[in-house]
Design a protein around this ligand. Structure first.
Ligand SMILES: NC(=O)c1ccc[n+]([C@@H]2O[C@H](COP(=O)([O-])OP(=O)(O)OC[C@H]3O[C@@H](n4cnc5c(N)ncnc54)[C@H](OP(=O)(O)O)[C@@H]3O)[C@@H](O)[C@H]2O)c1
Length: 307
């Protein structure tokens, strides 16, 4: 692949810190570039095709996206930087609600699932995260409504432009959040709540969730204490990899339709910030994440821009 760009996530930050001991090593998951020369037996991708993909880490080892379901191509009407924001964020958002391991809802990018949940509420904590931005757009395809998210007031307009109906200030107290959400849903049962951000209290997400509903999270681990905090609810840890035995069917379906979703504008990539100096910019990017200075944008780096 030529001319690639890599997307960073706060998840990647944690992985780099704790798991990798031997170098050189691949530390990135999302990447985009153009096909320089198709490998033997590759028929789907011509020279010059724009390709975006998500690899995965299994037991600390990078597994390339060998399965075709992990790759997509689309016209060059999006920048490399924007395209690099798509794979992990979108896959995580998709698997949170539509994979059999989670809530198993019908796939909204397929005709049979489109608009299927019209009039049902969706609640997302972390509407400005990279994953959250994709989750909002998939909720819109599903017909879910109202779509209620939390974010900083300074970020409220962007989630709205993607399909959010109500943005609540993430700094509201747990009881204020709970009462605002209950008011907005009219007390209707919420079948699925998605957490893409760490919360000071689990009371709002758990209390708005219908008994038997699904609390989908990006937490790396779900311990007994977290399960105990959500009695009678299904608590699911989403792993945003589309290449596992479990997730492959959903991943394949999503990636097959991805070019059309991007071309039609039904799916918009994240807003991005390209870090200066290519790979050397990663350290500065990690610092920004650590200080909570990354807000509503996805950080990306261009390896070929390394000085
Ligand atoms: N399990 C997996 O496979 C997987 C995959 C991808 C990501 N993740 C995890 O998912 C999380 C999100 O990752 P990302 O890359 O999408 O995030 P990100 O874009 O780096 O998230 C930054 C955003 O988080 C928001 N935020 C922080 N605390 C919040 C809170 N208490 N309430 C609401 N919003 C809050 C901020 O919103 P405002 O600017 O509006 O304040 C900020 O814009 C990370 O924990 C990451 O590790 C997991």
């Amino acid at each position: 692949m030529e001319g690639s760009v890599i997307g960073m996530s706060t998840g990647g930050k944690r992985w780099c810190r704790t798991a990798q001991k031997d170098y050189p090593a691949i530390l990135a998951v999302d990447a985009v570039g153009t096909v320089g020369k198709p490998g033997e037996g590759v028929v789907d991708f011509d020279v010059g095709s724009l390709v975006l993909f998500e690899g995965s880490f299994i037991n600390g080892r990078y597994i390339p996206p060998v399965h075709p379901s992990g790759s997509s191509r689309h016209r060059e009407d999006r920048t490399f930087d924007q395209a690099a924001s798509v794979p992990l964020g979108l896959t995580t958002a998709a698997l949170a609600r539509f994979d059999q391991g989670s809530a198993g809802l019908p796939l909204p990018w397929e005709e049979s699932g489109r608009g299927k949940f019209a009039g049902k509420p969706f609640v997302l904590f972390g509407g400005a995260t990279s994953v959250g931005q994709y989750s909002i757009q998939l909720a819109k395809l599903s017909g879910l409504s109202p779509v209620i998210v939390t974010a900083s007031p300074s970020n409220a307009s962007y989630p709205r432009s993607l399909g959010t109906t109500h943005v609540l200030d993430r700094a509201l107290t747990p009881s204020a959040l709970l009462s605002r959400i209950t008011h907005l849903t009219g007390g209707a049962p919420v079948e699925i709540v998605f957490l893409t951000a760490q919360l000071p209290s689990l009371e709002p997400p758990v209390s708005v969730l219908a008994p038997g509903g699904t609390l989908a999270t990006v937490w790396p681990v779900i311990d007994d204490a977290k399960r105990a905090a959500a009695p009678g609810r299904k608590v699911v840890r989403v792993y945003g990899g589309a290449n596992t035995e479990v997730t492959r069917r959903t991943g394949h379906s999503l990636h097959r339709r991805l070019p059309r979703l991007l071309e039609s504008g039904e799916l918009k990539p994240n807003r991005v910030e390209n870090l200066a100096d290519g790979l050397k910019g990663i350290a500065a990017g990690l610092k920004k994440m650590e200080k909570g200075e990354v807000s509503g944008v996805k950080l990306v780096v261009g390896p070929q821009e390394t000085l």
